[in-house]
Design a binder for this molecule. Structure first.
Ligand SMILES: Nc1nc2c(ncn2[C@@H]2O[C@H](COP(=O)(O)OP(=O)(O)OP(=O)(O)O)[C@@H](O)[C@H]2O)c(=O)[nH]1
Ligand SMILES: [Mg+2]
Length: 350
């Protein structure tokens, strides 16, 4: 899973990147900072203990810290950057400056205004791309045109003109495929981060922006990036004590990851044996063969059935043998929809 951090100049993107990854970033760089973090998964630890697995593989998130978005210079200025992000990221986190009195340009801080103009900028970039797409379609000889595609792109344009993000458009699977080929930025799930001052952890100033985000259906969270970045540098056994000094129960990274999982509507299933215990992140609603295919294409193609036990049952009974005795190990077929926390043993033929 790849999450792109975007925002205005000096909003604290790189500091957030440092807070989320614990990796030092280059500040003010025209290039991305990139780092991979492992997602804490206590269920994997428990399962690995039970199976005495020699190796533990946690889910991973790649964070991309991107250069500042330059708004107000017309679509061309940001289009290239956004097209690249649309290609490279699965979701975006928009970082809002909610610390200090003045923004990067010396104007009074206005997080809500910043959020509105950034959302507008994204919508305008997509609209301009969509209009160019439509022109190109219409410039083709009539015989070679796809009326289906033209009709869809027209509908998309109307939707964007009304100020709605592309991911909200009702689409058939074929239309969704067309849309993916267009690399629009508003197809990406978006969350909002209010980067607040360390003496404003209750987020008084970011509140108007967060309320606006909520009104747009965008999940939000707030934290102080400089504070969290400092804490992320500490040895892990010292982090909790520092967080508690500030009345915080957990690092911002953990809250951020939970919000991102909800935003992307993904779940985690596990596989386990003596060799390895592995946590896999998949979209909610996948059937067993599709989930198995994420592990290995052979598992998906040759899927026969899966032996399934829920984490809560394995945790309660302490071993697979005990689970069998209590009748909580199930055999599931091709139609089974994988649930969060399932431990799967997949049977397949080559
Ligand atoms: N007080 C305070 N300062 C912050 C916070 N987050 C970032 N800053 C400061 O704001 C300045 C810019 O932070 P960066 O993280 O480099 O911001 P950026 O968005 O990556 O900047 P560009 O990449 O140049 O657009 C730095 O001096 C940071 O120390 C915060 O939560 N509180
Ligand atoms: Mg930066």
């Amino acid at each position: 899973m790849r999450i792109g951090l975007i925002g205005l100049a000096g909003s604290g993107k790189t500091t957030c990147f440092e807070a989320l990854t614990g990796v030092p970033g280059r500040h003010g760089s025209p290039r991305d900072n990139v780092a991979v973090v492992t997602v804490p998964e206590p269920r994997l630890d428990r399962v690995a203990d039970i199976y005495k697995s020699r190796k533990r593989t946690y889910p991973e998130i790649t964070f991309l810290d991107t250069p500042a978005l330059e708004v107000g210079h017309g679509p061309a200025a940001v289009e290239k950057q956004l097209a690249r992000l649309a290609h490279e990221a699965d979701a975006l986190a928009l970082i809002l400056q909610c610390f200090g009195e003045l923004d990067h340009n010396g104007r009074p801080l206005d997080p809500r205004g910043d959020l509105e103009s950034l959302l507008l900028e994204l919508a305008i970039a997509d609209l301009s791309l969509t209009e160019r797409w439509l022109e190109r379609l219409r410039s083709q000889p009539k015989k070679e045109r796809s009326a289906y595609e033209e009709h869809f792109v027209e509908r998309l344009r109307t939707h964007l003109q009304a100020g709605h993000p592309a991911f909200r458009l009702d689409m058939t699977p074929d239309e969704a495929k067309l849309l993916r080929g267009m690399s629009l930025i508003t197809t990406k799930p978006l969350m909002v981060v209010a980067n607040v001052a360390d003496d404003d952890l209750e987020d008084q100033r970011g509140q108007a922006a967060m309320d606006f985000a909520a009104s747009q259906g965008l999940p939000g969270l707030h934290f102080c990036a400089t504070l969290e970045a400092e804490i992320a540098q500490l040895p892990s056994d010292e982090q909790l004590a520092f967080l508690q000094d500030y009345g915080l129960a957990e690092p911002a990274r953990d809250r951020f990851i939970r919000t991102a999982y909800e935003l992307l509507d993904v779940i985690t299933f596990l596989t386990a044996g003596e060799r390895e215990a592995h946590a896999w992140t998949i979209p909610r609603g996948l059937r067993a063969p599709e989930a198995a295919g994420k592990i290995h294409t052979d598992f998906g193609r040759g899927f026969i059935r899966a032996e399934v036990v829920a984490f809560a049952d394995l945790d309660r009974y302490g071993s697979l043998a005990e689970c069998r005795k209590h009748g909580v190990v199930r055999l599931e077929g091709r139609e089974y929809v994988v649930q969060d926390g399932d431990i799967l043993d997949i049977r397949f033929s080559r």
